[in-house]
Design a protein around this ligand. Structure first.
Ligand code: NAP
Length: 544
């Protein structure tokens, strides 16, 4: 039990989730002497990378940036094999980290937390698991991921389908064979765009049901070279520095020029270089494409031209060319042969805007135009992003108020780290933090260090509760909205705005002001004695 707190409480800190965030926090808490434990729904560590086992699953951030940086030795010990690591390798890395830090005995696997209730008289959280277990703790930290609550659309007849059915984010552990089968895929976001080419390599027939065409750039994945790997130890300090001095947490170099001011020939040449290099860096080529619609349209034209050059059938190419949202306002996808896949005879694109799905039948999908007989249905339909993993748990704070009810008009948080009315609850990469608008690993490392430092401070000061003040939260919510208003994000019906979930409040949820700025704000809050938090001490009387 950690020093200074009451041993009868249970744990000092309970962590929900054993992905990259939960594992790192657990390791830091153990090093700091807290009595802590984690609950994890999955049968192993890794979070996103435990669940997303679909063929083609691969990170869209480069391996040497998508890894922990808080431990120089760890960075030196692990050797990534490819520029963009695949899911199995990232999962092995998470397992290696957990083993190296001796975390496995402190995680209960296969156990979903279904409820957490703040008990005001004792100022503790009572946490309930799906198996009926109850555990008490002083502090509760959620590390549940911001894209983890899988979403399957409620299409009429869905339960009747007799074939196999999968969601990319809940992929089975045993191999799935598509050989000789007719496979339908719903969804053309990052997951769909990765899985479709791999399914097409095996299946007899593939029908892609597309609602919104997406922008995608080739990954140009390749093995990392000896020279790149050999130079990595020297780059370590620079990478650590970039985590706090860049918008994304790693360097995304651009030309520093405006696309509107560029000459057509030099513009094309700069974009061609980035296209040939692969990865999402192309959107940062010019300074104005993220904030000016006319500038953005020039970049979008370049992408649409690439699709026309790649896809042989002109009609299919036009359907695949995204329209109706500026490039970058839905996450840019990174692919390996996605558009080329539509040149294969056994792959067919169905435009759901022209022929919406009427129902799923026992043996396929029926649109307003046609019946598509299928053996397998793959849902690459995304997530109840940012809030779903939190609101699907029954979290109840002061005065019996449920988090899901509190957030019905959009998620209010203080710094994405705490919620007023929910004392002693902290959220890693919660709504209102930079989340996946930055490198998730960099955001996670910042949150973990910030929360660990706060907990150490609270312990030494004998603090009983720490709670975000409503005024500080309201101010932060306004800052999140203000940062978003300076971008083009409002021009797309994206999950950033909750638009993919029927009935969800339309509120831009991530902080779009950049990780560098976000970190400076959080660090100033800490330096200022955790400004915006109300602290009550162990010897203060507890409200009845
Ligand atoms: P997503 O981006 O939300 O895409 C979901 C897709 O399903 C969209 O095309 C959506 O169409 C479609 N869809 C949803 N409901 C539908 C319905 N009722 N009928 C037809 N289509 C429907 O989800 P995701 O692809 O799983 O990606 C989520 C995020 O996870 C990514 O943005 C990224 O941050 C992360 N991710 C990363 C990687 C990587 O690192 N490479 C890979 C996978 C995921 P609409 O656009 O019309 O809504």
């Amino acid at each position: 039990m950690g020093e200074g707190w009451d041993a009868r409480i249970g744990y000092d800190v309970l962590v929900i989730g054993a992905g990259f965030a939960g594992l790192h926090l657990l390791a830091e808490l153990r090093k700091s002497g807290f009595a802590c434990h984690a609950f994890e729904t999955g049968g192993g560590v890794g979070g996103t990378w435990y669940w997303n086992r679909y063929p083609g699953a691969r990170c869209d951030i480069e391996s040497l940036d998508y890894c922990y940086l808080h431990d120089r030795d760890l960075h030196r010990e692990w050797t990534w094999s490819e520029r963009f690591a695949g899911q199995p390798e990232i999962l092995r890395y998470a397992e290696y980290f957990a083993g190296r830090a001796g975390l496995f005995p402190f995680i209960t696997f296969g156990t979903r937390v279904v409820a957490a209730t703040f008990d005001e008289p004792s100022s503790t959280w009572l946490v309930r698991t799906e198996h009926g277990g109850e555990v008490r703790c002083r502090f509760l930290v959620t590390a549940v991921g911001c894209l983890s609550a899988a979403q399957i659309p409620d299409i009429p007849g869905i339960q009747r389908f007799r074939g196999e059915r999968f969601h990319t984010g809940q992929w089975p552990h045993e191999p799935v064979s598509f050989a000789g089968k007719r496979v339908g895929v719903l969804g053309t976001g990052s997951s769909g765009i990765q899985v479709i080419p791999r399914i097409a390599e095996e299946a007899a027939e593939v029908v892609v049901f597309q609602r919104t065409a997406n922008f995608s750039v080739p990954a140009r994945n390749r093995p990392l070279t000896e020279a790149e790997l050999a130079g990595e130890p020297e780059k370590y300090d620079e990478r650590v520095a970039l985590a706090s001095t860049t918008r994304f947490g790693h360097v995304v170099a651009g030309t520093g020029q405006s696309i509107l001011d560029s000459e057509p020939v030099e513009r094309r040449a700069a974009l061609e270089r980035r296209w040939a290099d692969g990865g999402t860096g192309i959107v940062a080529t010019f300074t104005d494409t993220g904030r000016d619609l006319a500038a953005n349209a020039l970049l979008a034209d370049f992408f649409r031209d690439k699709i026309r050059q790649t896809v042989a059938d002109a009609g299919t190419a036009e359907l695949l060319a995204p329209r109706g949202h500026p490039i970058g306002t839905k996450r840019l996808c990174v692919d390996d042969g996605y558009f080329e896949t539509f040149n294969r005879d056994h792959v067919r694109l169905v435009d759901l805007r022209a022929e919406p799905i009427e129902e799923i039948t026992e043996d396929g999908v029926r649109t307003t135009r046609e019946n598509y007989p299928l053996d397998v249905l793959v849902f690459a339909t995304g997530y109840d992003a940012f809030t779903g993993a939190l609101t699907r748990m029954d979290i109840t704070g002061r005065d019996g108020v449920r988090l899901a009810d509190r957030w019905v008009d959009g998620p209010g948080t203080y710094l994405g780290l705490a919620v007023s009315g929910f004392p002693n609850l902290f959220t890693i990469t919660g709504p209102g933090s930079t989340m996946n608008l930055s490198n998730m690993l960099r955001a996670i490392e910042h949150h973990v260090a910030w929360i660990r430092d706060l907990l150490v401070r609270l312990r030494s000061a004998g603090v009983r509760t720490a709670e975000a003040e409503q005024a500080a939260q309201d101010d932060w919510v306004a800052q999140v909205a203000d940062a978003a208003s300076r971008t083009l994000y409002h021009h797309a019906d994206s999950y950033y705005l909750g638009a993919n979930i029927e009935g969800k409040a339309r509120v831009f949820m991530p902080y779009a002001g950049g990780l560098d700025r976000y970190r400076r704000i959080c660090d100033s809050v800490a330096l200022d004695g955790y400004r915006g938090f109300r602290l009550s001490h162990v010897d203060e009387p507890v409200a009845p």
